[in-house]
Design a protein around this ligand. Structure first.
Ligand code: ATP
Ligand code: MG
Length: 336
């Protein structure tokens, strides 16, 4: 089955062509316009998607060596995300499906992140404890089988990726904050400052990141510019350790409690080098398989959407032409 995937939920316009599990193309156009504002501006995102959606799809088809007629189905993100951004991809997908007389399926973006990880695995061993860490979400999900999700915990305020972005802004490091903090932290001392780790010892699986972000802000207010500049790498490393260690501790605890076979992680923050090294090492020490996502499938991309859609479409699931974009679509929800 050849699936065209389309992703426009936030600030990446992406299209991909997959043939079953094989990725034939995965084109991503990242919107640089938001850098100037230190965060995603919804109206600008929709406009950029409108401009880019057709050329990106054409490039995905060209790279795969295909024409529109070769496509069997379309998988498109319909939530969660920015409503105006989602509508661009969804409307385009519906129009294409209608014109080509082929089925399409509306995919949950977080399910897409999960399948971005599973793209590299022929036979995943269920149950899997999934840690999904991105710009808008921090979730622990128990996955007993394909497309079967139980939410164990989530953030009560900021997402972990959002904490990286906001902290980078406070430190004057630009947007997005994850990659730059990750890079600076590599040559910093993670034990230089002890930033707070919310809910670390609590039995539940929820997270909170607003306190950590505020704590970095308070630290910057209390120290001189010279001190901050001299210790920037140490501050980044200490922030990163506080943000990521709590994810690792809770993932291991949930994996043991639910006796899973594997721990997997996904989403933009899954590109973080500290998380990749330490969760993998500690998970394996505790006796679990650990599934790392390929870097190319961490931040938003349409290959992950196509592959999640492929699982639904294989089961004969189809979306109707009146499917709507749902900004806060929960994982595993049936489309309204
Ligand atoms: N190496 C890294 N370390 C930490 N965070 C990172 C790294 N690379 C990217 N990120 C973070 O990942 C986030 C982007 O991920 P992603 O594209 O999955 O988020 P999103 O699509 O905006 O949110 P969501 O998937 O929740 O809708 C940003 O917050 C960015 O700072
Ligand atoms: Mg995302």
């Amino acid at each position: 089955m050849i699936v065209l995937g389309i992703e426009t939920s936030c600030d990446e316009t992406s299209a991909a062509v997959i043939q079953d599990r094989r990725v034939l193309s995965n084109i991503i156009s990242s919107q640089l316009v938001h850098e100037h504002y230190g965060g995603v501006v919804p109206a600008l995102a929709s406009r950029a998607h409108l401009r880019m959606v057709r050329p990106v799809i054409d490039e995905a088809l060209n790279t795969a060596g295909m024409s529109k007629k070769d496509i069997d189905t379309i998988a498109v993100t319909h939530g969660p995300g920015l409503v105006g951004a989602l509508l661009v991809g969804l409307t385009f997908a519906k129009g294409m499906a209608l014109a080509l007389d082929i089925p399409y399926f509306g995919v949950n973006h977080m399910e897409g992140h999960i399948y971005g990880n599973l793209l590299s695995r022929e036979q995943p061993a269920f149950p899997i404890l999934f840690l999904i860490v991105s710009g808008g979400h921090t979730m622990l999900v128990l996955m007993r089988d394909h497309l079967d999700y139980t939410l164990l915990g989530t953030t009560r305020d900021d997402a972990v990726g959002e904490a990286f972005d906001k902290t980078a802004k406070v430190l004057g490091l630009g947007y997005p904050g994850g990659p730059v903090i990750d890079k600076k932290a590599r040559s910093g001392d993670p034990d230089f400052i002890r930033f707070p780790q919310a809910f670390l010892k609590d039995a539940h699986y929820d997270f909170s990141y607003s306190g950590l972000k505020t704590s970095v802000l308070t630290y910057t207010e209390k120290h001189t510019t010279e001190h901050l500049e001299r210790h920037m790498n140490d501050i980044c490393a200490s922030f990163q350790k506080a943000a990521i260690d709590v994810l690792i501790t809770k993932s291991l605890r949930a994996a043991k409690a639910h006796q899973v076979k594997a721990i997997a992680f996904a989403g933009g923050v899954a590109a973080n080098s500290y998380l990749r090294t330490h969760l993998t090492e500690k998970g394996r020490q505790a006796g679990f398989d650990v599934y790392q996502p390929e870097l190319a499938y961490c931040t938003d991309n349409a290959a992950m959407i196509a592959y999640a859609g492929w699982h639904h479409l294989q089961r004969g699931e189809r979306s109707p032409q009146n499917l709507n974009a749902v900004p806060s679509l929960p994982l595993g929800a049936t489309a309204p």
